[in-house]
Design a protein around this ligand. Structure first.
Ligand SMILES: [Zn+2]
Length: 84
């Protein structure tokens, strides 16, 4: 498991307390997590760009748009060939 270490001289963004912020690496999420033991404030810093998450986001955005675009064209095409 990740080791939580206090950052010497670090100041909490939330309460301004010094030497109360500890940080640790979350290897499964590829992030650095920081936590203030004084006020409980915590934040997350990305260690590296998560490629998988980016791909999923792109697919989610493009898929519905393509479906709506293609379907009406196919329906018109099918009824047209039936009449002829
Ligand atoms: Zn704090």
């Amino acid at each position: 498991m990740a080791l939580k270490r206090f950052i010497a001289g670090a100041v909490c963004q939330q309460c301004g307390a010094q030497d109360k912020v500890r940080a640790w690496e979350d290897e499964s999420e590829k992030v650095m997590r920081r936590e203030c033991v004084s006020c409980g404030h915590h934040d997350v810093i990305a260690l590296q760009a998560p490629e998988k998450t980016e791909l999923v986001t792109r697919v989610n955005y493009t898929d519905p748009v393509f479906d709506e675009d293609i379907q009406p064209v196919r329906i018109l095409d099918a009824s047209g060939s039936k009449d002829a």
